[in-house]
Ligand binder design. Sequence first.
Ligand code: AP5
Length: 218
Amino acid sequence: MKIVLLGAPGAGKGTHCKRVAERYGIAHLSSGDILRRERAEGSELGKKAQGYMDAGALVPDELIVEMMSQAVKKASAGYVLDGFPRTVNQGQVLDKSLAAQGDGIDMVINLEVDDRVVVERITGRRSCPKCGAVYHVKNMPPKKDGVCDKDGTGLVQRPDDTEEVVRNRLETYYRQTKPVVDYYKSGRTVHDIDGNGDADVVANVIFRKLDPLARKKK
Ligand code: AP5
């Protein structure tokens, strides 16, 4: 199964892609997570991406396309893409490279969330630097304040999760990434899902779309 999950920053892409990957036994390929790993390792790619990420801008397509092509090639059991494609060019390159192998994306889901909710979610997000688990100070708090439930590591805030940078990320989203939704809609069905609600409710709506596809793919 090959899924694309689109949505603004803070729409819940990471939260729901994780659940989708677990439920269907496919890889969760998050361009943001891969870039953050590259940064933590101090790689050339990580160094190049740093300034763009901290400012809330997009990392240039040529760096991202190569990075994600490699990730996609390795995911032989299928995948859900989180944060990619994020420009129309990235979407076209992905479609072309899949088509060259007689393949294609099985379903595109678009999570729709109000800007006010985005800012509230992102500024309250905390994550575990060790295992990557994601929490929210109000909506999904850890059992013990500031500490990861899974491994007891102190939770951190992403450097691009300040209100000022979130506003830039939203502006970048409307200018460069929203057109990706229109790109997909021009050639196929895109499943718009209201992502404003409770995470379990949203997850169930997503599963109702994906369960029949998973049965067909078995
Ligand atoms: P990336 O890491 O992809 O960031 P993003 O798209 O801005 O998305 P987020 O990770 O902020 O949000 P999310 O939708 O995953 O929400 P989450 O589930 O965590 O990218 C970071 C940067 O990398 C970019 O700015 C760019 O520079 C670069 N980059 C990445 N990909 C690129 C590409 N393809 N091309 C170029 N550059 C690229 O949820 C957020 C919070 O809300 C959490 O605290 C969560 O617990 C909570 N929450 C989630 N859902 C719910 C719910 N339903 N109810 C209540 N709370 C919820």
